[in-house]
Design a binder for this molecule. Structure first.
Ligand code: IMP
Ligand code: MG
Length: 175
């Protein structure tokens, strides 16, 4: 299937640098425990972590595996924990990182888990946001790009397990 570029590699890099500045300007306690939601956010989290380092932020890392899509392009509405965090969360300053905020069910599940485990604070950052698709009442504290309602791939985002390695965000041209 042909792929149309929506956000270029350079645009992503520039935005991550400014996002890191926005996050660094907020007095989140330190060190920050970055909790990256798997699998979609692994590339974004890696680039954001290094940008935060350039802004003088100290980080620790954990990962939370969530699954809501199965193999299709529509959320199943049912979020499963596929692999849990390993770090103690109590008293930590958590920054939950996700690739894209759509229904909000993934992010509400992740932040809910962090609050239940008595995180000292919970902030959220997403690279992409699709407005108008929300099923849960949640907003991200930091948003990279707001995009129209396309199914996007690349830079960690997949379609049926493919295209995560693309360095840009693209749209699959059907037909
Ligand atoms: P939500 O739970 O509906 O907010 O969706 C969040 C999760 O669904 C993200 O972490 C992605 O893994 C996946 N997702 C949502 N929209 C897209 C898309 O356009 N392309 C690829 N994955 C998506
Ligand atoms: Mg995901």
């Amino acid at each position: 299937m042909p792929i149309k570029s929506l956000i270029s590699e350079q645009q992503i890099a520039d935005r991550i640098e400014s996002l890191a500045a926005e996050i660094a300007a907020v007095a989140i306690g330190k060190p920050i425990l970055m909790v990256a939601l798997l699998r979609g956010s692994f590339i974004f989290a890696a680039d954001l972590a290094r940008a935060l380092h350039r802004h003088g932020i100290e980080l620790e890392f954990d990962f939370l595996g969530l699954s809501s899509y199965g193999k299709g392009t529509r959320t199943s509405g049912d979020v499963k924990v596929t692999s849990d965090t390993r770090e103690p969360i109590e008293g930590r300053h958590v920054l939950v990182v996700d690739d894209i905020l759509e229904s909000g069910l993934s992010l509400i599940c992740a932040t809910g888990m962090m609050f239940e485990r008595h995180a000292a604070s919970v902030h959220t950052v997403v690279l992409l946001e699709k407005p108008g698709k929300r099923k849960a009442d949640i907003q991200a504290d930091f948003v990279g790009f707001t995009i129209e309602d396309h199914f996007v791939i690349g830079y960690g985002l997949d379609y049926a397990g493919k295209y995560r390695e693309l360095p840009f965000i693209g749209v699959l041209n059907e037909g």
